[in-house]
Design a protein around this ligand. Structure first.
Ligand code: ATP
Ligand code: MG
Length: 383
């Protein structure tokens, strides 16, 4: 049974280190928490900043706060006065709720964020520990106890709780600016997007819909991934680009061995245009080096030349298994393995050592600017 709660305490780590910008970061975090709670239809009456903590008044459990970047940890607590009798009473409630008995071990952890309390943390821990032992005969164990009861003393109030939920840390979404993420229906790019969001980037997703050169359902798969990723940024938006027209041109005109690079350069150009429209300052992709034959340094070099924007690849140093582990943790994995991953244009032997001059010559056969402009104009927007 989960304990009743009337307050959520939020702790943040990294944004506390930002010196003069600290207030900006804190305000962004507060905004993002509000959006997250509204998005998840949670009732709350206020969010206030106190001494490096945020205090949310809500009677609901809000586990969705795990998805807000910038949060180091949070706890569902009960607020009471700093009277020792009141604190005993609330600890008592938690002890009963957790079913602590003589077979169990426990410890009390007190933190005096506010040093005005007349006793030291250790004195309070001992006193309340003794009270719990008398009540339950449970054993005090300071290292790895089965149950921990926490008391935080902040600005004249005591907050009592029995659980600290870890957040992902990072920086509040939006505090680092805006990016465009090239989102496919595979495993990698959703993880790349998540990692960029974790570093404070708000993202516009761009999905290039390859139908009829890929399955018709791909559009739904991409939308499904977008919905999952929105948990981490409820303001995120997505464009779905009708890319099939471009792929048809590539099929008709481009040397099959160079198709993949030309295709990727189109994607960068489209992302670049959408970035300009949206005021985004970088493109994010799920590429890493050498994961598939087309992701060689030579090819990445040629692809990069299609846009002046920085192309950031958060997965560059990761192994596939590490990427899969994150995909499972953030809930995108299942949605990412629905795709067959088949591209109807994939040649038997894609070039792995492309030369930029050769690519540019090949692209002269197509009306690139018009195709990109049309793709951006006709893109479908989702929010
Ligand atoms: P992923 O697992 O993200 O699909 P991948 O291992 O299949 O990546 P590629 O097919 O080379 O590798 O794609 C590399 C990157 O290009 C993707 O991570 C994504 O950022 C972008 N990309 C690929 N296909 C699309 C698409 N249809 N729409 C938008 N971006 C795409
Ligand atoms: Mg893919």
């Amino acid at each position: 049974m989960k304990a009743k709660t009337d307050t959520i305490i939020i702790r943040y780590a990294e944004i506390g280190l930002k010196g003069k910008n600290r207030h900006e970061f804190e305000n962004k975090l507060v905004d993002n928490i509000k959006s997250n709670l509204q998005y998840n239809k949670k009732d709350f009456s206020s969010i206030i900043k106190i001494r490096g903590r945020l205090i949310i008044k809500s009677n609901e459990r809000c586990d969705c706060l795990k998805d807000v970047f910038g949060i180091a940890s949070f706890s569902h607590a009960i607020e009471t006065s700093q009277g020792i009798k009141e604190i005993h009473e609330e600890v008592n409630g938690l002890v009963e709720q957790s079913g602590l008995n003589k077979e169990n071990s426990f410890c009390i952890r007190v933190q005096r964020v506010d040093k005005s309390f007349p006793k030291t943390s250790i004195e309070i821990e001992r006193e309340i520990g003794e009270f719990v032992v008398n009540k339950t005969n449970a054993k005090v164990k300071l290292k790895n106890p089965e149950f921990t009861y926490y008391i935080e003393l902040i600005e004249g109030k005591a907050y009592v709780f029995s659980e600290k939920i870890n957040g992902y840390g990072g920086l509040p979404v939006g505090s680092s600016g805006k990016v465009v993420t090239l989102l496919s229906t595979g495993i990698d790019s959703p993880v790349a997007a998540w990692m960029a969001m974790k570093r404070g980037c708000s993202t516009i997703f761009v999905f290039n819909y390859n139908y009829p050169f890929a399955d018709k359902q791909e559009k739904d798969y991409a939308y499904g991934l977008f919905q999952i990723l929105r948990r981490f940024d409820s303001q995120a938006r997505m464009y779905t680009v009708n890319f099939g027209v471009i792929q048809q041109k590539i099929k008709d005109s481009v040397n099959p061995r160079l198709r993949c690079i030309v295709c990727k350069r189109f994607m960068y150009r489209i992302a670049d245009q959408i970035a300009q429209k949206e005021g985004a300052k970088a493109i994010i992709t799920g590429e890493s080096i050498g994961q598939v034959a087309s992701q060689t340094l030579d090819n990445i070099y040629c692809e990069n030349k299609a846009s002046d924007l920085p192309v950031l690849r958060p997965l560059i140093g990761m192994n596939k298994q590490e990427i899969i582990d994150i995909a499972k943790e953030i809930g995108t994995f299942e949605a990412s393995i629905k795709t067959s991953g088949k591209c109807g244009l994939l040649p038997a032997h894609p070039a792995t050592k492309a030369k930029i001059k050769k690519i540019e010559k090949e692209e002269k056969k197509i009306d690139i600017l018009d195709l990109v402009a049309m793709a951006v104009e006709t893109a479908e927007g989702f929010s």
